[in-house]
Design a protein around this ligand. Structure first.
Ligand code: HEC
Length: 108
């Protein structure tokens, strides 16, 4: 009656590893208040609106994407009119603050 086969144990190990790796890709902690300052300073609001949803460009209030995707969009946007924001303009940490701010916004 051996239930814990080596295969099962390996499976559990791989699952744990996956959880750890996914955890590492999560957004670093950001402060929405600081994020709001960056959002204003980098003029995101001129296209996305002062509240993230009320601009000419697509709504980013509440942002339905992971931090990794968000940073990729910032660095190299698919939008022809959205300027790219390289690390020299918006650091990983600043991006985390903006991400936290956008997550805190709600589309009415
Ligand atoms: C010049 C106008 C402009 C500025 C400035 C701008 N954006 Fe954008 N952004 C756009 C447009 C247009 C899109 C839509 C791209 C598309 O067609 O999906 C977009 C897309 C995005 C997306 C992807 C949204 C999605 O759901 O796919 C994010 C995230 C984003 N912008 C964040 C920002 C942030 C943060 C800033 C400021 C640092 C910023 N943008 C500044 C115009 C702009």
């Amino acid at each position: 009656m051996s239930t814990a086969s080596p295969v099962k144990i390996a499976g559990i190990g791989i699952s744990l590893l996956a959880i750890i790796i996914i955890g590492a890709c999560a957004a670093p902690p950001g402060d929405p208040e600081t994020g709001k300052k960056w959002y204003t300073m980098h003029n995101c609001g001129s296209c996305h609106g002062p509240n993230g949803y009320d601009g000419k460009a697509v709504s980013i209030a509440g942002l339905d994407m992971g931090f990794g995707s968000f940073v990729r969009k910032l660095r190299k946007t698919d939008a022809s009119i959205m300027p790219p924001f390289p690390e020299s303009k918006i650091s990983e940490q600043d991006a985390a603050e903006i991400y936290a701010y956008l997550k805190s916004l709600k589309e009415p």
